[in-house]
Design a protein around this ligand. Sequence first.
Ligand code: GN1
Ligand code: MG
Length: 366
Amino acid sequence: MDFSIQKILENFSLQIKPEGIIPIGEGLINTTYGILDNDGDIKYVLQRINHHVFTNVDVLQQNIQIVTEHIRNKILERGEKDIDRKVLRLIPALNGDLYYFDSENYWRIYNYISDSITLNELTSGSSFLSGKMFGEFQYMLSDLPEKNIAESIPGFHNMRLRLSQFRQAIEEDKANRAVQVKHIIKELEKRASEYCVQEELFEKGQLPKRINHCDTKLNNILFDKKRVPLCVVDLDTVMPGFVLSDFGDFIRTGGNKAEEDESDLSKIKLNQDIILAYADGYLSKAAAFLTEGEINLLSYGPSLQTYMQTVRFFTDYLNGDVYYKIKHPLHNLQRTYAQFRLLQLFESSREAMGKTIYELYLKYKT
Ligand code: GN1
Ligand code: MG
């Protein structure tokens, strides 16, 4: 094994002798490895934290510790078994910190959820269970005081902030790219005020803040081999925000028949069965704790999250690809086009979705 990795691992107390390391995961921000035992099985997950994105690693790790403990206690109270496959566990460094800093990079280790997989495609059954999973996740955190959890990225899902970053990127035009993409700028600007609805309602005192996962992508749920969800992962962005984040982002990724960065736009289509199943599962949990105002907003979730993601990929393209990992020079632009196409599809199905959501709400409301 690489000598420098070995040095890092020596700073944690592990229950195995690490025999190897392999890259895992497809995250666009952090870099993730599996640590192998002498049978070649992954036993721990090692991550290099992107500290340009998460600038306060102490706050980040503290949040994760609080959230995982809170959820662990909830699951324990219910008398469930197999707890270590249902919630992540941070392995502290030998000095007691929740990470190890090697004078250049920050590293953390989690337990590995054994026999788990991520899915690229869902069935309605697994989508329903995923909706329950994220609804339950939000519910379990709903009694955690908002002040206990800091914003690991300030204003992460704040649409107003994302738009001001977008406008700044156009103005600075660091990579000299704005002139060729004026048509997209226009399309995004046209929708700007419509998608700041949550911030506006919050200001008027009509929308609460609650703790959200803020990255409820399909690949942030681990499933067992029978496609039953086991555990919610990628807790870096768990923070106070608005309800649409967690409802919307899953549908953005799970409800799209194509990849997030699909280059053939004709392949981008909504998977209505999957979307309906997710909404059904989510509302079966969320009807009990969301306000009626939040329920009425839910149909905005998929388009709002897709709009936000379009703006973010596009902003990074204009800035010269400084945030997301890219695989080729036009990758962020390709992602922008793919997400924009998806946005248009969600926009045209929003009204029908609103009706469905309300029916589901009535079905589950007690
Ligand atoms: C990033 O690294 P990953 O894939 O978990 C991003 C999310 C985006 C996502 C787009 C901290 O998540 O907000 O939705 O890419 N995370 C951060 O796929 O910016
Ligand atoms: Mg993430």
